[in-house]
Design a binder for this molecule. Structure first.
Ligand code: ADP
Ligand code: ZN
Length: 652
């Protein structure tokens, strides 16, 4: 693959990365992705969020420009994302610019002239800027712009968030579709598509839509080992939120809610606590004006606020790399959505916690939302595809099973995306490959434990469903088992059943969880039954596997939470490792310094230095510029511009 390119050896490229970024190692697939760019071979590169996609086109772009092979054009969907990247690159001393609707005519002329005179290594553009908004060969403006790029010798295109070209993806954008013109507009160019979306149909569609020529296909590992996943039944939501906040004092996080109303309620509750020293929380949802939303995003990016309470409207364009926790107060609608939303945590590679508060109620809420929106669309005559409802329900079901599941979360997620899970090597005594624990999820960290008499409990639940003729939902079944004496129970004479009160020693929330776990294992079925007035309610039914359980021919596994102190549950292996030897006070002063410099330069703090770099600084405490240059994330430009500020801060 290295054959027809100008003499570029891998060591040259590594030296360049070291010099500019201060990184001494490549992450998985980065080398192959860069080789494809340098060899002008089209490519589709799939890496999870935080995997390091940008470096794959940025480093080759600099190299190509230095060898006189023209600037690289990077297509990106959001102006905010482009601006962040351009700001970051400029801090590194790289000649990058953007071309989009936010520029003044003067800035536009300047960028065009820099481009023509060969002074730019990279140009970030929006898709509509590149190929125009109308069909055909591009609008007048698009046409002139294409000519400018041709005159400037552009031969290489990187397409960020490339899943936007595909109908199959979760974020289709019509203007991306028009990128299929690129190969025609720039004959002989190479196109490199990057995305974090994993599914095979989307990948194939990207290659087809962009008319790629026998592309190199690189698919990274989807595991995010630095994320700690915890799924907890939702009990007392505010108390559970508080617990997470207590574990992440002074750290950045996002609290996701299903409804706008929840956002407002939680923000209000948190801001009352804020008066007594809690963190400041800002809300974000689609019901707010664009102006307010922009301000909230900016405050978060600039570290003026560390806590956002939001609906899923908040996300795209959030590049802050030091988000230390993502808390879902309700269930997302699919595993893809969950992966994407939790993926915003820990992009700097340091540990981060993802907590999902789970409730069977949410499943019902989503189901009726999905069914209602289909019914509304039908009523309004809006065409929706025939498989909309079944597909949405299947996605919901997958997440539901994941949440209730009793297997390692990392394993479950990675396998969902069609990959085999390989746990990271632990420095324990166990032989490699024998320790299947991820050390980073609720199950593997011992937050949960198997219930000893699972089979007996399951049999009691199933026989109650049988004795009541499979006509009731979870609530009533549990009321019977707990021996309640309600009007409904007396009326139906269910207090006379032999199962009445059989599980009265268990808490209702735990039992409810067991029922969902049984459904998750396929030994009990939940069906929607239509009641009067078109309403529907979920009813528990038996299936053939239920019979096997009742006869004791089939085992079941039930898990329950282990009661732990907050301190115990906050402990996790990766957390200890990445803070080992770090001088916390120094870390805090470095963070304050970073914020101040960022404010002076008008860029977000993470553009100045990452948290990983701050921690290493606070661990190594370099006292000379030479020592500073060896720190992760410190390249030549940062050494020059920040050295004199950092060195004096060396801890007490
Ligand atoms: P993605 O676009 O895939 O979500 P980014 O390109 O934003 O990920 O990279 C995530 C973080 O990892 C960034 O802070 C980036 O600078 C850093 N990074 C990328 N490659 C490396 C590397 N080889 N060594 C160290 N850090 C890296
Ligand atoms: Zn695990």
């Amino acid at each position: 693959m290295t054959s027809n390119t100008a003499a570029v050896s891998l060591p040259d490229l590594l030296a360049l990365i070291e010099e500019i970024w201060g990184y001494r190692q490549l992450r998985p697939l980065q080398q192959q992705a860069m080789e494809a760019v340098l060899a002008k071979r089209d490519s589709v590169v799939v890496m999870p969020t935080g995997g390091g996609k940008s470096l794959c086109y940025q480093a080759p772009a600099i190299h190509l420009a230095r060898c006189g092979r023209g600037p690289t054009v990077v297509v990106s969907p959001l102006i905010a994302l482009m601006k962040d990247q351009v700001d970051s690159l400029r801090t590194l001393g790289v000649a990058a610019a953007q071309m989009d609707s936010s520029l003044t005519p003067d800035q536009r002329r300047q960028t065009a002239s820099d481009l023509r005179s060969g002074q730019l290594d990279m140009l970030f553009v929006s898709p509509e800027k590149l190929v125009g908004q109308q069909s055909g060969g591009g609008s007048l403006d698009g046409g002139a712009f294409v000519q400018l790029l041709r005159d400037s010798g552009v031969q290489t295109f990187a397409i960020d968030e490339a899943h936007c070209v595909s109908h199959w993806g979760h974020d289709f954008r019509p203007e991306y579709r028009r990128l299929s013109n690129l190969k025609m507009l720039f004959p002989g160019c190479s196109i490199h598509a990057f995305t974090a979306t994993a599914t095979e149909p989307v990948r194939a569609d990207i290659a087809q839509q962009l008319q790629l020529d026998d592309p190199v296909r690189l698919v990274g590992n989807f595991d995010r080992p630095n994320l700690i996943y915890r799924v907890l039944p939702r009990k007392d939501m505010m108390a559970q939120i508080q617990e997470v906040l207590d574990l992440h004092k002074d750290e950045a996080g996002i609290i996701y809610c299903l409804r706008r109303r929840d956002v407002d309620d939680i923000v209000a509750a948190l801001n009352i606590r804020n008066k007594s020293g809690g963190p400041k929380a800002l809300g974000y949802h689609a019901g707010m004006t664009a102006e307010i939303r922009r301000k909230v995003q900016e405050e978060f990016a600039r570290e003026q606020c560390d806590l956002i309470v939001a609906t899923i409207a908040f996300g795209m364009g959030i590049d802050r790399s030091n988000i230390r926790f993502v808390l879902h107060t309700g269930m997302p609608k699919s595993i893809e959505a969950y992966q994407q939303e939790t993926g915003r945590a820990g992009r700097d590679g340091l540990e981060a916690e993802c907590v999902l508060l789970y409730s069977g109620q949410d499943v019902m809420t989503w189901k009726s939302l999905i069914e209602n929106s289909a019914a509304e669309a039908k009523f309004a005559g809006t065409p929706i595809s025939a498989d909309y409802v079944p597909t949405a329900l299947r996605h919901l079901d997958d997440l539901d099973r994941f949440a209730r599941g009793a297997v390692c979360r990392h394993k479950a997620l990675v396998e969902y995306f069609g990959q085999r899970y390989v746990p990271p090597a632990h420095d324990s005594e166990t032989a490699p490959g024998t320790d299947l624990s991820c050390q980073a999820c609720d199950h593997c960290l011992g937050d949960t434990e198997p219930v000893a008499d699972a089979l007996v409990i399951a049999q009691k639940i199933l026989s109650t469903v049988a004795r009541t003729d499979q006509r009731f939902g979870v609530g009533h079944i549990l009321a019977i088992l707990r021996g309640e004496n309600t009007e409904k129970i007396r009326q139906l004479k269910h207090d006379q059943l032999s199962v009445h009160g059989l599980l009265k020693d268990h808490a209702k929330a735990d039992l409810r969880n067991f029922v969902y776990q049984l459904v998750g294992q396929g030994v009990l079925t939940q069906e929607n039954m239509i009641l009067q007035q078109g309403r529907s309610a979920p009813i528990l039914k038996l299936n053939h596997a239920s019979v096997d359980v009742m006869k004791g021919r089939r085992q079941v596994r039930l898990i329950q939470l282990v009661q732990k102190s907050a301190e115990e549950s906050s402990k996790s292996r990766s957390k200890e490792v990445s803070w080992q030897g770090v001088d916390h006070a120094l870390f805090d002063s470095l963070r304050a310094m970073r914020k101040q410099i960022a404010a002076q330069r008008g860029v977000p703090p993470y553009v100045i230095l990452s948290d990983a770099t701050l921690r290493e600084l606070a661990r190594v405490r370099p006292t000379t510029l030479n020592a500073l240059r060896l720190i992760y994330g410190i390249g030549d430009a940062k050494l020059k511009s920040l050295g004199d500020t950092i060195i004096p801060l060396r801890g007490r």
